[in-house]
Design a protein around this ligand. Sequence first.
Ligand code: HEM
Length: 214
Amino acid sequence: MMRITLNVILRAMFGADGAELERLREILPGAIKLGSTLSLVPVPQWDWGRWSPWGRFYRNRREYDGSEELLHATILEVQRTRPVIDVTFRQVKAPTLEIGPWTLLKGQTVVASIGLLHADETVFPDAHRFDPDRFLARPPDPAEWIPYGGGIRRCIGAAFATMEMRVVLRTLLRDYAISPSSARDEGFRSRGVTIAPACGARLTVAPRPRTPSA
Ligand code: HEM
């Protein structure tokens, strides 16, 4: 019964299938058992190597985290270079508001440009280059990476949207090899509130050979 439940969770929630599903099914039951035992003892400050319980725990986690980290970094970089929403607005409620050299008055509207901040070379060096590695080295600063806005009105669907992107991308990449078309630098068009690729994001897609799974 537990095995069936684990299968369902790995397939439905994490989009795992084929060889990856097999590997996760091997790693996880032992890792959960080991993790529950280890949670009762202090985390050691040194590495006892691959045959120690903590060494095995970290090795399993590194194996799983490696591909997840790159996938997540890629999603972060896509949202930096192509934010779905380009601007967000705030209205001044206090009698006055100082921002840098400006004094704004009650009732004035401020437009915060998500696109301009993400393209700012002083914030993201080599900003026009698509480079997911920049987020492998350091997670995004919530004051600099703002595709979901910020502060108390930040998008409430951010975590859900991220989870959706992870599941959709993992599922697509599992079944298809995806590469860009020969056209470069596709522009964007407005869809009202959101912006989208001008030509619908054309890709070259080829089915991947499937690895049989139980
Ligand atoms: C990639 C997907 C999404 C992006 C890029 C996005 C982006 C944004 C942005 C920029 C804001 C304005 C935040 C601000 O002014 O600081 C916002 C607000 C909001 N979003 Fe999203 N959003 C996404 C998905 C979703 C989803 C899936 C939901 C619901 C399940 C959602 C619900 C909301 C709501 C309710 C607000 C208004 C929050 C408020 O005013 O307090 N969004 N979103």
